[in-house]
Design a protein. Sequence first.
Length: 190
Amino acid sequence: MRALKAPDIQRMKFLFDLFPVILFFIAFKVADIYVATAVAVAATLAQVAYLILRKRRVEPMLWVSLVIIVVFGGATLILHDENFIKWKPTILYWAFALALGVSLTFFGRNLIRSLMGAQLTLPDPAWRALSWAWTIFFAFMGAINLWVAFNYPTETWVNFKLFGATGLMILFVVGQGFYLARVIPSDDPS
């Protein structure tokens, strides 16, 4: 059996992170928004349970996501109102944006550097730029989610949630990669 390399692990983590969204999408197509919501809640609970049972670290972002999906998904199911689940991505994105912006502005702590510092060596201005880029991106994603959720049919929003949001995230990460290629210090002394 071959050992997994870093890119393989990153792809597996990406799919693991998308697991509830993919199941939400499938359940919506097969049933309706309420079944899809219940499936998303169950899938996120299963993710956390799996990591705990495997004695792996549950990332803070996953804990936040779990709380938000349980609260907003639960409200959707209990009140039979799909607007709550439509707010869930926005609340999650804005929570991330707020955490990044507040920690950098008021506490001088760069959470992006804390998350990625072991893999990258960057000058301080690049870390700040990266943190602000993620902050703005998450704020934008929250706003665009609301725009799609409340200006288009639910089916369009569900499609956007899987394909549009994921596509925008991939484009942002690729753009970030181009930026990092310019600012990562060279090992070449010449």
